[in-house]
Write a protein that binds this ligand. Structure first.
Ligand SMILES: [Mg+2]
Length: 335
């Protein structure tokens, strides 16, 4: 069935029936606006992401359900990066003529499944026919205890730089998908269905463990670069400390150039944060509790030292903080 046959209102009615109500929702989908409230003593976090077919994803590389899940996770990741909890999401869809209602339903199943997993709910949106590619626009709102929000400007000289999980998996999967090579299911999952680190971000903010934080969407050097700029500091990264998954290590063994993907690949959706070294005991406990590796990958240095990397051979090199940039060149087709 085509969307035109079901009609926009029919589709919205389906979504309304499937969208669970949630915390802070006085009135959800169905009126001119959603009516929402925040818990006392909290501040509102708001973020938006646009996903465009042919720019951010290829429909033939993924399935609609995982695309729905990823549309949620990339937004929720920004809420996590501020130390917040996601609460409400809004979905705007531009649907091409060949995207039938069954595909749309799969997309919505994945979208709502992820929303529920993150403890949030869908409270509004809009759909329209797209004369071109599939367009997905998601706005996410979250809440953070007032004054606990983790900004990019809080890093200080002498603090450690930490990262959750592993780096480079998503970029490696994208590179393999682009070249039409079979992709390890773990790596493919990291690209198509990333996990926003909500529990980690929330705990770091609540316990006052981190001083600055960002999620890794454009690559560790680019995103660290945002923290360095906002904080007015430099950094020394240790290549030997960058956390890698076993599938990535195997690929790196065959092609040492893949280290570039670890530094500037992007779409890891891990959290990158700075913390005083005396937080390390608490960070270890948190890592065990969440069963999520946290690794110190470098140190914050004075700003005049810029961004440097000590490579495997022990040489200290200045590195470019530019990761992937949508307007300044393309590291891989299809992005
Ligand atoms: Mg971000």
């Amino acid at each position: 069935m085509k969307l035109a046959e079901l009609g926009e209102f029919g589709f919205i009615e389906r979504i309304r029936a499937a969208a669970a109500s949630g915390e802070g929702v006085c009135h959800g989908i169905g009126d001119d606006c959603a009516v929402l409230e925040l818990p006392a003593g909290h501040r509102l976090l708001t973020t938006k992401d646009l996903l465009i077919e042919g720019v951010h994803f290829q429909r033939n590389w993924t399935d609609s359900r995982r695309l729905g899940r990823k549309s949620v996770s990339v937004n929720v990741s920004d809420i996590a990066a501020m130390g917040g909890r996601p609460r409400h999401l809004y979905l705007g869809l531009g649907v091409p003529a060949d995207f039938d209602v069954e595909e749309l339903q799969l997309f919505m199943d994945g979208f709502l499944e992820a929303v529920t997993e993150y403890g949030a709910c869908l409270v509004g949106g809009d759909t329209c026919r797209s004369p071109g590619p599939l367009l997905i626009s998601v706005t996410a709102e979250g809440a953070v205890p007032a004054g606990r929000e983790l900004l990019r400007g809080g890093a200080r000289v002498g603090q450690g730089i930490y990262v959750s999980g592993t780096l480079g998996d998503s970029a490696l999967a994208l590179q393999l998908l682009t070249s039409g090579v079979a992709v390890d299911p773990y790596l493919e999952g990291r690209h198509h269905d990333p996990t926003a680190r909500v529990a980690l971000g929330g705990a770091l903010a609540r316990d006052g463990l981190a001083t600055a934080m960002i999620d890794i969407s454009d690559g560790v050097t680019a995103d660290l670069g945002h923290i360095l700029k906002a904080s007015g500091v430099g950094a020394l990264l240790e290549e030997a400390q960058l956390p890698l998954s076993e599938p990535f290590k195997m690929a790196l063994h065959n092609d040492p150039h893949l280290m570039q993907l670890v530094l500037s690949g992007g779409e890891d959706y891990e959290l990158l944060f700075t913390a005083p070294l005396d937080s390390e005991g608490a960070l270890r406990s948190l890592s065990e509790k969440l069963r999520l590796p946290l690794k110190r990958i470098g140190m914050i240095t004075p700003s005049d030292e810029g961004l440097r990397l000590r490579n495997a051979a022990g040489e200290v090199l200045h590195i470019d903080s530019r990761g992937f940039n949508h307007f300044q060149g393309v590291t891989a087709p299809g992005r």
